[in-house]
Design a protein around this ligand. Structure first.
Ligand code: PXP
Length: 250
């Protein structure tokens, strides 16, 4: 008897709607509404909604979080800096997941991974409080074994691998080297028992080689989808990204 072919596991797509709020905030009113974007994303096949409540509230605001938490049927992944303020907010809202990210006020977007290895002592109590509240904790880290080991020592169930250096690499050699780092980290993370997510800078053009990494369970994608939505609509942009992810897994 021949064995049935292995079916590739569903790779979840978390749609980051921060930049719907960025566009709204440019004029200060209510349009476009992040909740409407979340509802559209759900209808288009997103598996989760990701939002980053930044210290300076440059896109998602506390009022957005209130509204989304009460109304979105999909699991919410709250990206947050490792601060007391964000911990209190996360404990109040109890999102499905919290992804701890490094945050610097002056940066345009999250530029590097969290130094989990260097911050082990200060992260420990925060991870414990989130976990005790039933929140699935992840750490946004560079695809680096030292950081993966630190995540495993902290006992988090999930890490999100930073795909920014891969996405921003220009030459074929640099792209291949960054993709190899991601592949190696995905293997090493899986061997440590971590669930692996990835994100940052992913587009139609570069998502395939990342989506093809079999250890990955979820991609979080935002800026490109919101940008593309200007031309084709959010529904079509998400469906196209979903199709490219599925094709890479097939
Ligand atoms: N994952 C994390 C942890 C992020 O900080 C971001 C950017 O907010 C993303 C994923 C999504 O990146 P992008 O908006 O470039 O798709």
């Amino acid at each position: 008897m021949t064995a049935a072919p292995l079916r590739p596991a569903h790779l979840r797509l978390g749609v980051n709607i921060d930049h719907v709020a960025t566009i709204r905030n440019a004029r200060g009113g209510l349009h476009p509404c992040p909740l409407r974007a979340a509802e559209l994303a759900a209808a288009a096949g997103a598996d989760g909604i990701t939002i980053h409540l930044r210290e300076d509230r440059r896109h998602i605001t506390d009022a957005d979080l209130d509204r989304l938490a009460g109304a979105v049927a999909l699991p919410i992944n709250l990206e947050m800096a490792a601060t007391d303020e964000m911990l209190a907010i996360a404990l109040r809202h109890r999102p499905h997941a919290a992804c701890i990210v490094p945050e610097r006020r002056a940066e345009r977007t999250t530029e590097g991974g969290l130094d989990a290895a260097g911050l082990l002592g200060s992260l420990q109590p925060m991870v414990a409080r989130l976990r005790d509240a039933g929140i699935r904790v992840s750490l946004f880290i560079a695809p680096d074994e030292r950081q993966l080991d630190a995540a495993a020592r902290l006992g988090v169930p999930v890490v999100e691998l930073h795909t920014g250096p891969y996405a921003h690499a220009i030459t074929p050699d640099a792209i291949a080297a960054e993709r190899a780092r991601l592949a190696h980290a995905a293997q090493a993370g899986a061997a440590l028992g971590l669930e692996l997510h990835a994100g940052h800078g992913l587009t139609y053009d570069n998502v395939g080689p990342v989506a093809a990494l079999p250890q990955l369970a979820e991609l979080n994608i935002g800026h490109f989808l919101v940008g593309e939505a200007v031309f084709v609509g959010l529904d079509a942009a998400i469906r196209q990204m979903r199709a490219l992810m599925d094709a890479a897994r097939a």
